[in-house]
Design a protein around this ligand. Structure first.
Ligand code: 5AD
Ligand code: SF4
Length: 451
């Protein structure tokens, strides 16, 4: 079958790294002459880019595969493939247990996808799950639709080996792209009118291309275009250097927002998790960041019910949430993952207790997010206008520097992609509401406001 007739449809699950990887995969496939399908029914190659982080992420994929049986029945010969972390974790088991799956390709083998797709049309099932110490796809230009926000993965893999986490096994060792190609990519995004770039890595702040560290990369990225905001995620507390904090403080277009997973408030649990810091060290970092970067805000990840977690440990987690006062948090029940160290620990917190602790954490975090947002009422913020608000076409929506969705009335002076100054007049735990004040020259205003 000619490649041109093959139309590819990719569904993406999981973290932003996976969304960025899907753009890479589309770049690779387009280079080889494959076409992308807008609708799944137009496709004869359906790829699922999957996540393994918790069991429920994998269950979602299994039920999606059940559903896709119908697609294969309606259009015999359709190729179904699994990409991403589940491909890496389950390998040939996926092909043996799920007859519908024709190919299984892990995160470091995407260059070989065209080959696997062609073989699949010849009736051959393909598996490519080798992990690499060097693959960064540095030379591949991802396929991106026009827009305002772009994600760039600047490093891949993770060497931290938190005991609960499959990522070091599914994405392999840490490796970084070169600063030069990343900056070149941002220049191209600037020329296309993008207004926000998020630098991505499982452990983004341990970026190193041997000459430059993450602070160097952030500074160079910020200098490309001062009307592009730079965001980054995810940071590990171990690698949050003073130099990095100063760099964020120095550049008005680097967002004052740090996603800094704490996972637990108990030193005993942090040690069992192999997080490599104590809660005192973590809180110290937060203080230092606040002293260095005025107005900085934080979000975090928290796991409820890690093996051995007592009610006292749980209270310590609630205490840390209260001490830091995060703007937001991603909160999860512990999910045992085969192959990790924690899998061998006794999962002794019952499902009910995990659920109860998770609810406590969510309730507290919502209350804090609400209070923080209430305290924003009356303040002025600079928003990057991203489009109509979800609920009404009469309103526009965008985000603050600290990543808060802000909604305000539409008017003819404002275009998508503008930076506008607004005044907050109302707030919920998730959204700020505002009055429009004026359109601003990109971000210079922020400099003035900081003096
Ligand atoms: N169970 C629950 N949550 C997990 N995470 C990673 N592994 C697990 C697991 N086994 C969470 C961590 C991490 C986020 C991406 O997912 O909080 O920071
Ligand atoms: Fe997983 Fe820990 Fe690495 Fe994050 S730092 S990807 S939680 S092992």
């Amino acid at each position: 079958m000619s490649k041109i007739r093959n139309k590819i449809y990719i569904e993406t699950y999981g973290c932003q790294m996976n969304f960025a990887d899907t753009e890479l995969v589309m770049g690779i496939l387009k280079n080889q002459g494959y076409e992308l399908a807008k609708e799944i029914d137009d496709a004869n190659v359906i790829l699922l880019n999957t996540c393994s982080i918790r069991d429920n992420a994998e269950q979602k994929i299994y039920s999606r595969l059940e559903h896709l049986r119908g697609n294969k029945r309606r259009k015999p010969g359709t190729v179904v493939g699994i990409l991403g972390c589940m491909a890496e974790r389950l390998r040939k088991n996926l092909i043996e247990e799920k007859k519908i799956v024709d190919l299984v390709v892990g995160p470091d083998e995407y260059r070989r996808l065209p080959e696997f797709i062609d073989s699949a049309f010849g009736g051959e099932k393909g598996i490519g799950v080798k992990l690499s110490r060097t693959e960064t796809y540095d030379d591949i230009i991802p396929h991106r639709e026009d827009g305002l926000n772009a994600w760039i993965s600047v490093m891949r893999g993770c060497d931290k080996f938190c005991t609960f986490c499959v990522v070091p096994f599914t994405r392999g060792r840490e490796r970084s792209r070169s600063l030069g190609t990343i900056i070149e990519e941002i220049k191209q995004l600037s020329a296309r009118g993008f207004r926000e770039v998020t630098l991505l890595g499982q452990n983004v702040n341990s970026y190193s291309d041997n000459e430059n560290d993450f602070a160097d990369l952030l500074a160079a990225s910020a200098k490309v275009d001062d009307s592009i905001r730079i965001r980054f995620t995810t940071s590990h507390p171990q690698d949050l250097s003073d130099k990095l904090l100063y760099t964020i403080a120095e550049h008005p277009n680097i967002c004052n927002y740090i996603h800094l997973p704490v996972q637990s408030g108990s030193n005993r649990i942090l040690e069992l998790m192999n997080r490599t810091y104590t809660i005192e060290h973590y809180l110290n970092l937060i203080d230092k960041a606040r002293a260095t970067i005025p107005g900085v805000s934080f979000s975090t990840d928290i796991i409820a019910g890690f093996p051995g977690e007592t009610i006292e440990d749980h209270f310590m987690t609630l205490e840390v949430i209260q001490k830091v006062r995060y703007d937001g948090a991603f909160m999860f029940k512990y999910s045992p993952r085969e192959g990790t160290k924690a899998f061998d620990m006794i999962d002794d917190v019952s499902e009910e207790v995990k659920a109860k602790r998770l609810n406590d954490i969510i309730d507290l975090q919502h209350k804090i997010s609400f209070e923080i947002n209430q305290s924003e009422i009356g303040t002025e913020k600079i928003i990057l206008v991203e489009g109509s608000s979800k609920k009404s076409d009469d309103f526009l929506a965008g985000r603050t520097d600290t990543n808060k969705i802000t909604v305000f009335p539409k008017n003819d002076e404002i275009a998508v992609g503008d930076y506008v100054k607004v005044k907050i007049n109302r707030a919920t735990s998730a959204t700020l509401f505002a009055d429009f004040l004026e359109t601003v020259i990109p971000l210079n205003e922020k400099l003035i406001a900081r003096r």
